[in-house]
Design a protein around this ligand. Sequence first.
Ligand SMILES: [Fe+2]
Length: 189
Amino acid sequence: MNQYCVDLDIGQEYILKDKFYFDKLKVDGVPAAHFYLPLEEITEEFKTWVDEHDLRIRYSEIFYSSPNGGIFMHSDEVDPPNCCKINWIYDQGDTWINWYMPHPGVELTKQNNTIGGLYWDCPPDQCERVHRAKVGKPSLLNVSVLHDIENPTEHPRWCISIVLQEKTADKRLEWHKAIELFGPYFKNV
Ligand SMILES: [Fe+2]
């Protein structure tokens, strides 16, 4: 299997208590937006599923991309170097995530995001695309590897992102550990 994403079937296509939560977020006229999602908005069913896998939710976010928009290339986190997320994408099925590898010797640069966090990037001409996928509800994603979002549709794209960590660890859950834990839920592998 690839090292970038895998769809999961955990039997939970909706994890927000309020199915109209996106309507509360102000995105009029902006091409993209990023919000923290309060943990109290997440269903107890999903929190129980997380707990049963000896994990906890470190934080959660929502990303918006306008019709015919996208999100620029970035790495979410470089420490640990292969950390992952579980994402739910609401997009009518036609948006894409691309992953990129920097050329040998290229160092990523630390940047500030719009909600008080960090991301890392490099000039687009210093990396190559290595994978491209449509992702689902939910999917496990490797977000340390550089990635961007394409929304070539006439519809908005909403993404709920859950950042996990092991209960016994103080860093984000890494891809190889997630693959072990979530193997029983893989779809289409
Ligand atoms: Fe990201």
